[in-house]
Ligand binder design. Structure first.
Ligand SMILES: Nc1nc2c(ncn2[C@@H]2O[C@H](COP(=O)(O)OP(=O)(O)O)[C@@H](O)[C@H]2O)c(=O)[nH]1
Ligand SMILES: [Mg+2]
Length: 356
């Protein structure tokens, strides 16, 4: 067993060092806040089995490709073949002419919006036996629209997602909206994204300007403390960092002691122009019982909106908010079915602008 101590400004940064140095199999032995040169930082002690890994013999270039095809992507290839065969079998049955002209047109619109074949097949199956059936209730059953604060009164609302997706901006905007709607609400903005500094400063700035409390989470000790003082707040918005490399949300929330917090909803912030495969990756990376909704941002930069339907179908997650501009004012709204259908069928943003 090889043991090593790592220090960094946040647990996220220290954890990234552990992974880079000791690899994926490293076990965390301790994780605490320490003071170094007068500044708080995170210290992680990690260990790894010291038996040297067997190094693979050098391979020719062709050998490397053969290995790759046989091993890592083998099952993907197999699955994709099975999937294609299934779709081929279904296609003759997916005869759009069996639908009413209105139903057919609606399905063609969705196809234009990059709605996935599996989703189209499901809608087709729901419609084909009843020419009078509108597509709207079928879609209503597929995507749930749920307002974050009204429908699930959790204390902690954490914002997760890839770097640059719009987590910090959405958090600030939703917090300011809540403050405006409920001036007496006791709101806390907390950040666990100390790594690159900018998001942290944005939150601190808006918290100070708007009279909201601000807390910084560097290690699990800070989160423990915030949980202890949670009773003095009505809602705590928590900004999470973009997770490095292969780190999953579950792994990360365990590191900070957040995975045991029963009073926490995590919202996944995504843009509609991520590819279908990328969204599939995110579903894996951010899988968690605490995951409560998707916030769609940068709608104003997208040209199709099928991803909203595809993601709801693949993950079963409701949509809680729609963001359609970089500004802080009038650029995010709670999601409703009507707003989602306007995006999908008319490319109409919540502010009425039509996307080209
Ligand atoms: N056009 C547009 N820009 C956005 C939207 N939401 C966020 N942004 C911008 O995207 C950039 C990254 O946002 P940020 O909240 O820092 O992302 P984070 O890394 O996920 O926290 C910033 O420049 C934001 O102004 C949106 O809905 N539309
Ligand atoms: Mg941020």
């Amino acid at each position: 067993m090889r043991m090593k101590t790592f220090r960094a400004a946040t647990s996220t940064a220290a954890f990234a060092k552990v992974k880079a140095d000791l690899g994926e199999d490293a076990v965390i032995l301790s994780n605490k806040t320490v003071t170094e040169d007068g500044c708080k930082c995170c210290e992680i002690v990690a260990a790894v089995d010291s038996t040297p890994a067997r190094t693979a013999p050098a391979r020719s270039r062709d050998g490397v490709i053969d290995d790759a095809l046989q091993e890592s992507v083998g099952w993907q290839r197999e699955w994709s073949q099975i999937r294609n065969q299934l779709l081929q079998l279904m296609k003759p049955q997916m005869d759009l002419n069996t639908l009413s002209p209105k139903q057919k047109l609606a399905l063609e619109y969705l196809e234009r919006e990059d709605v996935d074949e599996k989703v189209l097949a499901k809608i087709y199956c729901e419609l084909r036996d009843d020419g009078t059936r509108s597509i709207v209730p079928v879609l209503d059953d597929m995507v749930e629209a749920r307002s974050m604060l009204e429908d699930r009164p959790s204390k902690f609302h954490a914002f997760a997602g890839p770097g640059g997706a719009g987590k910090t901006t959405s958090l600030v905007r939703l917090a300011l909206r809540e403050k405006k709607a409920n001036p007496k609400a006791r709101i806390c903005l907390a950040t666990a994204d100390g790594g690159r500094g900018k998001g942290r400063l944005v939150l601190k700035h808006y918290a100070e300007l708007s009279g909201l409390a601000f807390r910084e989470i560097i290690t699990r000790d800070d989160f423990d403390l915030l949980q202890k003082e949670a009773a003095q707040f009505d809602v705590i918005f928590l900004d999470l960092p973009g997770l490095p490399g292969k780190t999953s949300l579950k792994e990360w929330t365990q590191l900070y002691g957040m995975s045991e917090c029963r009073d926490m909803d995590i919202h996944l912030v995504l843009n509609p122009y991520y590819s279908q495969r990328q969204l599939g990756r995110f579903i894996e990376k951010y899988k968690s019982e605490q995951l409560a909704s998707v916030i769609w941002t940068k709608l104003d930069e997208a040209c199709t909106f099928g991803a909203i339907l595809n993601m709801a179908f693949a993950s079963g997650l409701p949509v809680s908010a729609l963001s359609y501009g970089p500004g802080l004012k009038n650029s995010i709204v709670p999601a409703t079915h009507e707003k989602i259908w306007r995006l999908l069928f008319m490319r109409k943003l919540p502010n009425g602008d039509i996307q080209p």
